[in-house]
Design a binder for this molecule. Structure first.
Ligand SMILES: NC(=O)c1ccc[n+]([C@@H]2O[C@H](COP(=O)([O-])OP(=O)(O)OC[C@H]3O[C@@H](n4cnc5c(N)ncnc54)[C@H](O)[C@@H]3O)[C@@H](O)[C@H]2O)c1
Ligand SMILES: [Zn+2]
Length: 348
């Protein structure tokens, strides 16, 4: 993976594009309406000016991460006579990176794509690790391929216009990175007192390093990569539940934050960490993430969402749990009653 960060990204982007040997007719840009407005002007000096026909603007939001959007991208590529020498630059959050990466990887059996992630979530998570894809029939990421980006260029300049809930969504994944892989990093993040201190390129770089290292040992998500699922078994269920049952749905990161609290409790219940460690983790997440109003009658519904989750394993649910601050263990069985207790712990 060629990952360039900050000044290095600014210096390399043009060179990377030149290195592709794609003249401007072969260069395409994918963005959504927000990144067209907020982000493109911030790199206009460092990428070549493109003909309007080579700019593809898609509507923003998760509901457009689908095959209809891929159709639009493929149609433009075809109309503009893109060929195997073409390059698709994806400028946006996880939706643009996932959809653009997939569309590029499948057009004429694969053209190159360059990712310029513009949300914290995309910089520390979605753009890293080669997974591309779209949602299908209301289920997330059902159609996709592993496709490495030709280059990933991460720059903090984009984050200034990102709404606070989107920043916090990415921050939850950073906190998770500390918990599963690096105790000192966790301590550093846990000590952040001001919101503005989250947007620190050294911290982002640390998360990129942790995710890259874990993906490097298990490109196809068969074992070690499951470490990254910490907080996600319960987090995904809470996220799905929130879409149908809460007035304002949780962001992915907010749900993952609650999932990390719940799964830390499970780790303590199994004697893998101490209860005071779990309490401390809850305190850190609660500083940034509110507790939604979900009563105990809903716990069975939330647990049912987990049964459909891909991490299910026989009758039990399969979780990644902590074995210390900065250490985790994958493939741990968790029973339904244990889940109810963990939900009570994170939602109280
Ligand atoms: N491939 C992977 O490994 C992986 C990992 C994690 C998440 N994901 C995927 O990423 C997606 C979520 O990504 P996301 O959280 O970035 O959401 P997103 O792409 O929907 O972006 C969030 C919102 O912010 C806007 N935006 C983007 N950059 C902006 C900027 N700089 N200033 C102002 N507004 C901006 C977008 O238009 C959008 O409205 C999900 O589909 C998820 O499945 C993929
Ligand atoms: Zn996640």
């Amino acid at each position: 993976m060629n990952i360039y960060i900050e000044q290095q990204a600014e210096n390399s982007l043009n060179a990377v594009i030149n290195e592709c040997n794609a003249n401007e007719n072969k260069l395409f840009l994918l963005c959504d309406e927000n990144t067209l407005h907020y982000c493109l002007p911030k790199i206009s000096g460092i990428i070549p000016a493109l003909p309007d026909g080579n700019k593809i603007v898609i509507p923003s939001g998760e509901k457009h991460k689908d095959l209809a959007t891929c159709n639009l991208i493929w149609q433009t590529l075809l109309q503009q006579q893109a060929d195997t020498h073409s390059v698709l630059i994806c400028l946006g959050g996880g939706v643009v990176c996932d959809t653009g990466g997939f569309s590029a990887a499948t057009f004429k059996r694969g053209i190159r794509h360059i990712l310029i992630p513009t949300t914290l979530m995309a910089q520390v998570d979605a753009a890293i690790g080669d997974k591309t894809g779209v949602n299908f029939q209301n289920t997330k990421n059902q159609i996709g391929v592993y496709a490495p980006a030709y280059a990933i260029c991460i720059m903090s300049r984009f984050l200034k216009t990102l709404p606070q809930n989107e920043i916090l969504s990415g921050f939850a994944e950073m906190l998770k990175h500390g918990l599963i892989a690096d105790g000192a990093y966790w301590q550093k993040l846990a000590g952040i007192a001001r919101y503005s201190d989250i947007l620190n390129m050294q911290l982002i770089q640390k998360s990129v390093h942790i995710k890259t290292k874990i993906c490097g040992t298990d490109g196809k998500d068969e074992n070690e990569r499951h470490q990254l699922n910490f907080g996600h078994t319960i987090g995904h269920a809470l996220e799905s539940f929130s879409f149908t049952h809460l007035q304002s749905p949780l962001t992915h990161g907010h749900a993952v934050a609650l999932g990390c609290i719940a799964e830390s409790y499970l780790s303590a219940q199994k004697g893998l960490i101490s209860m005071s460690e779990a309490d401390n983790i809850r305190q850190v997440f609660n500083k940034w993430f509110s507790v939604p109003d979900i009563s105990a009658e809903n716990y069975p519904v939330i647990a049912d969402y987990m049964q459909y989750d891909k991490k299910r394993h026989n009758q039990h649910l399969n979780c990644t749990l902590l074995t210390g601050i900065g250490h985790c263990i994958i493939n741990q069985d968790v029973g339904r009653n244990e889940i109810f207790d963990a939900l009570a712990y994170c939602l109280q």
